[in-house]
Design a protein around this ligand. Structure first.
Ligand SMILES: *Cc1c(COP(=O)(O)O)cnc(C)c1O
Length: 455
């Protein structure tokens, strides 16, 4: 007898996970270590100390502790918006007339509108605990800046946000939200840092990029007393914090007797995907499951599918430690795709290793197809998705239609990373049919690869 699955797979407050899942501890083939860019030796805690908070560095370098307890001061914040809804997409299944079961985890119910609050809360809590008074960061689409502004307002820290220029222009209400929560917002590149001035001189009128905003935020942090830098994706401690997403889903699925066959997530720097899949990938690595995992990236910034697996800098000014990852090269400035959160040249090192070892598949999607899927989803399921999340929706729909064709009854599960309320200019462009698809040529990619360091 099959059990009826409700539209929402509820977890109570008591069932909220009390630990993060450190996926690296389950990997036989660990990601390559970060390297100090000067000595090319593995980066030590002391190397990272000028930039990051101690506890985050400890987590960044920890590849053996399987389960890391979530401090009470963070759980307290999580309880304001978690557990996040895990939804059975009955309406979508019906509309697609598919035998597949479709589920999604909705991370957009908090005011910042995305999963990024999970790591913002953790990083801000640790900064406060370490006695810091200020933090700096970058934001691409604005979701990370919004999440950090909320977390800093709650824990009581000053925040400076460097926002990618094109996003600050496309999304004035993101800027307003960040300022409303009390943070200082600077469009990047700016002339407030040496890194910014240098880029402005080299490429006047540039739209900016995440890599460039990162350089500015790091410079500001290391030149300001009692101040550190926080990053919203890419690094392993961020994936660790995001594992709350996957652990919640695993608890709920086990409770309701559901086993996903396919897990789909959009991939920018990799934090939501890494968090979403963590406990499921852990089982796969231990031979307990053969779940298929698909990363979806924009055709305009295809790190997995067209990038190189190489050591590279995390930022445009080439100041960060070197990370072994799938990358377009830190000099690659992606075309102005509306999914700003996916416009990053590299990919988290853990996911890169897993992709290299064929535990993850990757696909690309072009912008207009992504918005086709977004609008279909909005009309059918009622939730207006973020452009980033809609990459996962696109592939989930493709997979469900494939089940319809073959008659297979697969269980498809995807991460709905956020809502699109601040992306209305993108939706307007789509509605006006002025949205275009830019797929970079091999020559354009070569420019990015030329910026890779010789290691
Ligand atoms: C930032 C963001 C992403 C992409 O970032 P990852 O680190 O790859 O998860 C995806 N969706 C939304 C809504 C975002 O804000």
């Amino acid at each position: 007898m099959t059990k009826h699955i409700p539209s929402r797979l509820y977890l109570s407050e008591e069932e909220l996970p009390k630990y993060w899942y450190n996926l690296r501890a389950f990997m036989k083939n660990k990601p390559a270590p970060m390297l100090h860019p000067g000595t090319l030796k593995p980066a030590t805690a002391a190397d990272l100390d000028a930039v990051f908070c101690k506890e985050c560095i400890k987590q960044e370098l920890d590849e053996t502790t399987e389960f890391i307890p979530i401090p009470d001061g963070i759980l307290e914040f999580y309880r304001a918006y978690r557990p996040a809804p895990l939804i059975r997409a009955y309406f979508l299944e019906k509309a697609l007339d598919t035998p597949a079961e479709i589920y999604y985890k909705h991370e957009g119910t908090n005011t910042s509108g995305s999963h990024k609050l999970n790591s913002a809360a953790a990083q801000t809590f640790y900064a406060k605990q370490a006695g810091l008074t200020g933090l700096t960061t970058e934001t691409g689409a604005g979701q990370w800046g919004s999440a950090m502004a909320m977390a800093c307002a709650y824990y009581g820290l000053d925040l400076t946000v460097y926002m990618v220029k094109i996003s600050a222009e496309q999304k004035p209400y993101r800027k307003a939200l960040i300022e409303t929560y009390g943070a200082t917002l600077i469009p990047s590149p700016s002339n407030t840092t040496e890194a910014g001035k240098k880029i402005l001189k080299k490429i006047p009128g540039t739209n900016g990029s995440l890599g460039c905003a990162i350089s500015e935020a790091i410079e500001k942090a290391v030149t300001t007393p009692q101040c550190r830098y926080v990053l919203g994706s890419v690094l392993n401690h961020v994936l660790l914090h995001q594992s709350i997403i996957g652990v919640e889903c695993k608890i709920a699925f086990d409770k309701y007797g559901v086993k996903p066959d396919i897990i789909i997530g959009c991939a920018g720097g990799g934090s939501n995907l890494g968090g979403l899949i963590a406990p499921f990938m852990g089982e796969k690595l231990q031979g307990k499951s053969d779940v298929k995992i698909i990363a979806v990236e924009p055709a305009s910034c295809p790190s997995f599918t067209r990038g190189k697996f190489a050591y590279d800098f995390g930022d445009t000014a080439q100041t960060t430690p070197l990370i072994k990852m799938y990358t377009m090269g830190s000099g690659y400035i992606p075309p102005a795709n509306h999914a700003g959160g996916l416009r990053y040249h590299g990919m988290n090192s853990t996911l890169s290793q897993l992709y290299h070892d064929k535990f993850i598949e990757a696909r690309t999607a072009v912008q207009t197809e992504v918005f086709d899927a977004a609008i279909k989803f909005a009309k059918i399921e009622g939730i207006l998705p973020a452009p980033e999340s809609s990459h996962a929706i696109k592939v989930a729909i493709d997979e469900a239609l494939e089940c319809k064709r073959t008659g297979e009854k697969k269980t498809i599960f995807f991460g709905l990373t956020g809502t699109g309320y601040f992306d209305m200019s993108a939706y307007m462009q789509y509605n006006a049919k002025t949205m275009s698809d830019h797929i970079p040529t091999d020559e354009e990619l070569e420019n990015g690869f030329a910026s890779l360091p010789k290691v």
